[in-house]
Design a protein around this ligand. Sequence first.
Ligand SMILES: [Zn+2]
Length: 427
Amino acid sequence: MSAKESIPPIEVVEKMSRQERQKYLDGRLRELVAFAYEKAPTIKARFDKAGIAPSAVSGIKDLENLPILRKDELVELYKNNPPFGGLVTVPATDLERIYVSPGPIYDPHHQSETYWRRHVHMVKAMGFGKGDIVVNTWMYNLVPAGLLIDESLRRAGATVIPMGVGNTELQVQVMHHLKATVFYGTTSFFMNIINKAEEMGFDVRKDFNLRLVVIGGEMGGGPIRKMVEEKYGIATADAYGTADVGMIAFECSAKNGMHIAEDIIIEIISYETEKPVGPGEVGEVVVTPIDETYPLIRFGTGDLAGLIEEPCPCGRSALRITRLLGRVGDAVRTRGMFIHPRQLGPAMAKFSQVAQYQAVVTRHGHRDELTLKVELETEKGIDKEKLAKELNKVVSDAVRIKVDRVEFVAKGVIPELHKLIVDERVY
Ligand SMILES: [Zn+2]
């Protein structure tokens, strides 16, 4: 990649005019494509297969000639080209951490400068800095979320309490004792903690020092955010990221859509035609992060959103996307994690007693609930209580969120050509 001195500081990029920004990103994209083609065998193979030379990509406008790298395809690439699917440009021993995401996909934690300046800029732009004590409740093991946010916040000057998920009562005590100023996590978990605090006799307004709650990872959080702001007087902000590319967009104080993070290229693509959608239309978010270690060129996130073209009153010139409006395909985001049919299938294949099954996601209060509906081949000689426990354990391990209940249903209740996972949440 280019010498550091030729890259303008992010504070300069942030205020660039649209034309300047386009020119800047076109240049960075050209460098990224040339570098990735040389260092990442899978990127080279994909360009070659599409019959496109890296030199044919002069800028963002040429991206649409390249195939979209789908999440499902990523899983295949990892399976066929271990350890990193031919997508990581450095050896494993040059990485600081290696995360394990469903698939398995091995996401690299590295120190590429462009990657970290993007993340630090983003949390600063959201108002984090010295003086903040942040309760970070994203998962710290396996997946990138917890450690990625932790490092971004610390680099921005904040103090981080690495709480991770669970331990609701302890979360309440810690938040109170350490006068935490910010909560970072999912909306449902924040509401659990608040409910627990009230149950323990705390007055959230008086006994806590929270000024901001960054809640993301779940769709439909609008009413909860409004309630948090009105009832508890705590500001809320939304942010968007994926395990594969890190953080992608963030909400500024104007709270009208999420700015696309710097050094990220986003296209909004029609999921039927794969062409860019028209103004105001909704499509799939396709991301190209300028990331020299993990150059996922045209990564299809499967998330649906629209583009907001109007200038933002905050003065940042990065375009914004709307809040997430849904998912392409069958994976269902539940309690901030994606549940994929391909995780469920192999787990259920271990149970020969099972004829049909279906995972159903519903919403109860502020929490997503996961029910596993099961039809048995025969009820004869089956200890249902024992089987339910086994199913619960195996499936919870496979999808990595706890199944709330296993429900045995009569034969024929689950239709023949059914979706393996259905989202029945109503917001
Ligand atoms: Zn703004």
